[in-house]
Design a protein around this ligand. Structure first.
Ligand code: ARG
Length: 314
C-alpha cells in the first residue's frame, strides 16, 4: 500500500519549476546514466517519511542549526522533499506519519526509533534534547496503530533511533553511535533485549552528531564513512570489520555535504549533491547514484537518510 503524500499534487504544482531544474541537474550529474536510473521497485522494502508541512528550524541543538533559525524556506524544503519522496517510491513503499505542531524536526523520521525486523519491534527513541522529546508520543502512537510492538528505553537513557543505530547490510550486526546524543548504555539495553551483536562507535566531531551523518553500511558489504568523525577506537572497529576494498572513505568536503547520510536500497543510493569524485567512485562500484539538492534540510543538520526510517518488509 502506497500512501500518497497529502497535498502532493499541489506541492508538485508549486514546485514544478524547481523540480524541472532539479531534475535537469540530476540528469546532468557525473554518474554515467543520462536519464533517471531504472532500478526495479523492490516492494519488500518499506520506509517511513513525514511531509515537511510543519518543518522549520526553531531551535539550535546541533552546529548546523546555528545561524539558521527560521532561515529555511518551507516551499523549497517541500519541493526538495517531494523529489526525495519520488526517488524513494521508485524503489520502496513509503508510509507517512502526520507532522505535529511543536515538533518541526519530526520530518527526520530516522530518529523515530529503530526496528528489529525479525520481531517487528521498534525501540522508540528517547531523545537527548527536550526540544525533540515531544515527538516520542507521536511516533509511539504511529507504530502502535500500525501493528508494531514497542521496546521502551528508560527516559533518562538517550537513544535516537536509526540516527544512531544502523544494521549492517546483512542484518547481522548493529553499528551504534554514542557520545553526542545516544548514550552507550542504550547499546547494552538493545544488546540484551534483542540478543544482537552491537558494535559501539564513539562520535567525536559535533558536526557529525548522529552516526548516520558519518557512516553508511552499503549493499555489497561496502561501508561509506568519514573517519575523522570517530574516535581512534571507532575507526579501528570499522577497519576490523570491513576489509580495505570495501571501505569508501569520504573526504571532509563531501562529509559536510552529508554524503554519508545516504539512502541505500539494493544498488541505488540517494543522497545530497556530492563531489564528482565520490559520485564516480560509487558508480564504478556498480551503484546507481541519485543526487538531490537537500539544502533546506542541511540547515537543520539532516539530509536524505535522516528523512527516512526503515520499516518492516512488506
Ligand atoms: N535537527 C535535528 C536534530 O538535531 C536533525 C536530525 C537529523 N537526523 C538524523 N538522523 N541525523 O536532531
Amino acid at each position: 500500500m502506497l500512501t500518497r503524500a497529502p497535498g502532493a499534487a499541489s506541492l508538485k504544482a508549486e514546485a514544478n519549476t524547481t523540480m524541472a531544474a532539479l531534475s535537469m541537474d540530476l540528469a546532468a550529474q557525473t554518474t554515467p546514466q543520462k536519464t533517471l536510473p531504472k532500478t526495479k521497485k523492490n516492494k519488500t522494502n518499506s520506509l517511513l517519511m513525514c511531509v515537511p508541512r510543519l518543518y522549520d528550524v526553531d531551535y539550535v541543538i546541533n552546529p548546523w542549526m546555528a545561524g539558521n533559525v527560521h532561515a529555511a524556506s518551507c516551499e523549497l524544503a517541500s519541493a526538495q522533499w517531494e523529489l526525495l519522496y519520488e526517488a524513494v517510491t521508485r524503489i520502496a513503499e513509503v508510509s507517512l506519519v502526520e507532522p505535529q505542531p511543536g515538533s518541526p524536526d519530526m520530518v527526520f523520521t530516522a530518529n523515530a526509533g529503530l526496528l528489529l525486523r525479525e520481531r517487528n519491534e521498534v525501540a522508540i527513541s528517547s531523545f537527548y534534547h527536550p526540544e525533540r522529546q515531544g515527538e516520542e508520543t507521536h511516533f509511539r502512537h504511529w507504530f502502535r496503530e500500525n501493528g508494531y510492538t514497542i521496546l521502551e528505553l528508560p527516559r533518562d537513557i538517550p537513544f535516537e533511533g536509526e540516527g544512531d543505530a544502523l544494521f549492517s547490510q546483512d542484518g547481522s550486526r548493529l553499528w551504534a553511535g554514542y557520545g553526542m546524543r545516544t548514550s552507550k548504555s542504550s547499546h547494552e539495553i538493545l544488546r540484551s533485549a534483542w540478543g544482537i551483536e552491537v558494535v559501539s562507535l564513539e562520535l567525536v566531531d559535533p558536526r557529525f552528531y548522529h552516526l548516520d551523518t558519518c557512516f553508511s553500511p552499503l549493499d555489497g558489504g561496502y561501508v561509506m564513512y568519514y573517519p575523522a568523525a570517530f574516535s581512534k577506537s571507532g575507526v579501528k572497529a570499522i577497519e576490523e570489520h570491513y576489509p580495505e576494498d570495501k571501505r569508501i572513505v569520504v573526504e571532509e568536503e563531501d562529509a559536510v555535504r552529508f554524503a554519508c547520510n545516504a539512502v541505500n536500497i539494493g544498488r541505488t543510493i540517494i543522497l545530497n549533491n556530492v563531489g564528482s569524485g565520490l559520485a564516480i567512485e560509487l558508480a564504478s562500484l556498480g551503484f546507481e547514484v541519485i543526487q538531490l539538492d537537500l539544502s533546506e534540510f542541511l540547515r537543520a543538520g539532516g539530509a536524505a537518510k535522516c528523512l527516512v526510517m526503515k520499516l518492516r518488509h512488506i
